[in-house]
Design a protein around this ligand. Structure first.
Ligand SMILES: Nc1ncnc2c1ncn2[C@@H]1O[C@H](COP(=O)(O)OP(=O)(O)OP(=O)(O)O)[C@@H](O)[C@H]1O
Ligand SMILES: [Mg+2]
Length: 553
C-alpha cells in the first residue's frame, strides 16, 4: 500500500486501485508490488552482454600511452581524475549486476598484478562482442565458452614461447627501469617517466629481499603534499611524517636521536564514570593543581630517565605538558597515526610503549637524524627521519600542483612498483603495443585451421578479440585501425617477428623490443586468464531474476 505524497508514482495503473479511508483520504492499493522481472535464454545472454559492453566501451579510450583520462565526481562532490582502469571502475557507479562482474575483474587484476587493469576489461569486452556474434550464429553458449577456454590455453602457451628472460639483479636495473617506464607511459606523469621510474625502482630495490624474492610493500610509503612541481618528487631513505614538533621553540634537528614511541597520552588519568569534584576553598584548588602537575612531571621524568631524546605520541597533550617537555628539552610530536607509529617502530627498532612506567632504554629506537623540513611559501613543515638502523623503510614523497595530480601520481607509482616487484619474482617479459596479442591471435588462427567442428568459430572469435586490443591502441593513437592491424599482421608473418606492435608514439618502428616497450609475462597471462574466466561466467548465465523495481539496466 502506498500513500501518495505528490509527484508521479512509478506504478502500473492496471494493477492499482484507488480507495478512500474513513476520513476520506485517498489510498492507492497495489497488487503484486514485488513481482520479479525475469529474462531467460538468449534474451538474458544478450541483455548481459549489452550491459557488460557498455562498461568495456567506456574503458577502451583509456588504453595505451595515448589513452584518455576520466574524471569522476563522487556523490559528495569530490573530483578525481584517473587513467587507472581499476580506479575508474571503482569510482563509477555501476548498477547492473553483470557490469559489476567487470568491476571485480579489474580489481582482481589490480590485486594480483597491479598493472593491466584497463587492458583486461577491454579484452573481456572484445570477447563478449565476439560471443554475441557467435550466439547469433546459433552456437550454444557453453560451446562458445569451451572454445574460448581452449583458445586461451593456446595463447597462454604461446606467451611463454615468445617471452624473453631478462637479467634482473641489484646491479642490473636498466631493464627494470624500462618496464616501469612502459607502465608509466600511459599516465599523467609520463612527462617525467625517467625520473619517476627511477624512483619506483630505487624504492622497490631498497626494500627487496633478493634471496626470498620478496618485496615488502609495508616498508614503502607514498605520501604527497600539495605544492611544488611533479618533478620535485623524491625518494627519502627514511620516513616522512606530516607533523611538526609540538612547540615552535623545540630544536629543528636532532642528531643520533633516541626515540620513544608512546600510545599513552600526556595527561592526568580521567575518571571513567561521572564524578563531581567540589572545590570549596583555595587550598583545595592548589592541592588539585599540584597533583596534576605531579602527574605531568612524573610522565616527563620517566621519558627523560629512559634516555629518550625525542618522543612520538599517538595522542595529544595539552599546553601544560607541552611546556614541561620544552623545559626538560625533550622534543615531542603529537597525534602520530597508528600506521606511522608502526612504520617508525620497524625502521628505528623501537617498541611501541603503552605505559610510561614501561619505558626503558632497550625500548627506544634510534635514528641518525630527525629534521624539520619547510616547504614552499606557506611554510608547511614535515619531519624527516633518516639513517634508521633498519634502513629498509623508504618513503616516496610526491609533490604536485593539486590533490588530484598527487593522487593520480601516487596510483601510477603504485602500478610501477607492482611491475618492478613482479619482475623480481618472475623475470620474463613479453613486448607491449599489442604485439603479444597479435602474435597469439596468429597462433590461434593457425590452430583453428587444424580442427573441425564448431570450436573453429570460437577460436577465430578469440583471436579477433585479441586483435581488438591492437585496434583500440591504434584508435586511441589516431592511427588508421584496419591499416595498422593488417600491416602488423603481414609483417609479423613475413619477418616471423612476434615483437611487432602498434607504434603508438609514432617513433617510426613497429618493433617493440627496439622501442623498449616491455610488459611482464605474468601480467599478460593473468589478463588473458581473468578475461576468459569472466566471459565464460557471463556466458553461462541464462536466467536473470530481479525485483521489478530495480529495472533491467
Ligand atoms: N610506448 C608504447 N608504445 C606502444 N604501446 C604501448 C606503449 N606503452 C604502453 N603501451 C601499451 O599500452 C597498454 C597499456 O595501457 P594502459 O597502461 O593505459 O592500460 P593498462 O596497463 O591495461 O591498465 P592500467 O595501467 O590502467 O592498470 C599495453 O597494451 C601496452 O603494451
Ligand atoms: Mg598500465
Amino acid at each position: 500500500m502506498a500513500q501518495q505524497h505528490g509527484g508521479p508514482l512509478n506504478v502500473d495503473l492496471n494493477s492499482a486501485q484507488m480507495i478512500y479511508d474513513e476520513y476520506g483520504r485517498p489510498f492507492i492499493l497495489l497488487r503484486d508490488q514485488d513481482k520479479t522481472n525475469r529474462v531467460k535464454g538468449l534474451e538474458a545472454h544478450k541483455a548481459n552482454i549489452l550491459a557488460a559492453r557498455t562498461v568495456t566501451n567506456l574503458m577502451r579510450t583509456s588504453l595505451g600511452p595515448k589513452g584518455m583520462d576520466k574524471m569522476m565526481v563522487s556523490p559528495d562532490g569530490d573530483v578525481s581524475v584517473s587513467n587507472d582502469g581499476a580506479t575508474i571502475l571503482d569510482r563509477i557507479q555501476v548498477e547492473h549486476q553483470v557490469a559489476k562482474l567487470l568491476v571485480q575483474l579489474s580489481r582482481s587484476q589490480d590485486d594480483e598484478i597491479g598493472d593491466g587493469t584497463t587492458g583486461v576489461v577491454v579484452l573481456a569486452g572484445g570477447l563478449l562482442a565476439e560471443a554475441e556474434g557467435l550466439l547469433a550464429k546459433g552456437i550454444h553458449p557453453v560451446r562458445i565458452a569451451q572454445g574460448f577456454e581452449k583458445a586461451c590455453q593456446i595463447a597462454l602457451d604461446h606467451c611463454d614461447d615468445i617471452s624473453d628472460t631478462i637479467p634482473v639483479s641489484p646491479e642490473n636495473t636498466q631493464i627494470l627501469i624500462e618496464c616501469a617506464k612502459t607502465t608509466l607511459s600511459s599516465k599523467i606523469i609520463n612527462r617525467f617517466h625517467d625520473q619517476m621510474a627511477q624512483i619506483a625502482v630505487d624504492a622497490v630495490l631498497a626494500v627487496c629481499d633478493w634471496e626470498r624474492k620478496e618485496v615488502n610493500f609495508d616498508l614503502m610509503k607514498i605520501t604527497g603534499k600539495e605544492g611544488g612541481r611533479l618533478e620535485d618528487t623524491t625518494l627519502v631513505r627514511g620516513i616522512i611524517l606530516d607533523k611538526e614538533f609540538s612547540h615552535p621553540q623545540m630544536p629543528k634537528e636532532i642528531k643520533d636521536a633516541k626515540i620513544a614511541l608512546l600510545t599513552c597520552p600526556f595527561e592526568p588519568p580521567k575518571p571513567k564514570t561521572k564524578h563531581t569534584i567540589t572545590i570549596s576553598e583555595a587550598s583545595h584548588y592548589e592541592e588539585l593543581y599540584a597533583r596534576e602537575q605531579a602527574y605531568f612531571t612524573e610522565m616527563v621524568d620517566l621519558c627523560v630517565n629512559s634516555g629518550a631524546t625525542c618522543v612520538m605520541c599517538q595522542w595529544g597533550f595539552d599546553d601544560e605538558a607541552n611546556h614541561l617537555l620544552l623545559q626538560r628539552n625533550l622534543p615531542a610530536v603529537r597525534w602520530v597515526g597508528g600506521v606511522e607509529l608502526e612504520l617508525l617502530a620497524i625502521a628505528t627498532g623501537a617498541r611501541i610503549t603503552p605505559r610510561f612506567q614501561e619505558l626503558s632504554p632497550e625500548k627506544l629506537g634510534s635514528a641518525g637524524t630527525i629534521r624539520t623540513v619547510e616547504m614552499g611559501t606557506t611554510k608547511d613543515r614535515m619531519l624527516v627521519i633518516e639513517d634508521c638502523p633498519n634502513t629498509n623503510a623508504v618513503t616516496i614523497f610526491v609533490r604536485g600542483g593539486n590533490k588530484m595530480v598527487i593522487e593520480e601520481a601516487t596510483r601510477s607509482l603504485h602500478d610501477a612498483r607492482c611491475v618492478v616487484r613482479n619482475l623480481i619474482q618472475d623475470n620474463r617479459v613479453v613486448y607491449g603495443g599489442a604485439s603479444a596479442e597479435i602474435s597469439c591471435a596468429r597462433k590461434i588462427y593457425e590452430a583453428s585451421n587444424e580442427i573441425s567442428g564448431v570450436d573453429q568459430y570460437s577460436y577465430r572469435g578469440f583471436a579477433r578479440a585479441l586483435e581488438s586490443i591492437a585496434i583500440a591502441l591504434a584508435e586511441n593513437s589516431g592511427l588508421n585501425q584496419i591499416e595498422t592491424l593488417s600491416e602488423i599482421k603481414r609483417l609479423q608473418v613475413e619477418e616471423n617477428n612476434p615483437h611487432l606492435g602498434v607504434d603508438c608514439n609514432c617513433n617510426g618502428t613497429l618493433d617493440m623490443k627496439e622501442q623498449k616497450v616491455f610488459e611482464t609475462l605474468l601480467g599478460k597471462k593473468q589478463q588473458l586468464l581473468l578475461a576468459t574466466q569472466v566471459v565464460k561466467m557471463i556466458l553461462k548465465i541464462d536466467d536473470v531474476m530481479q525485483p521489478q523495481s530495480m529495472g533491467m539496466m
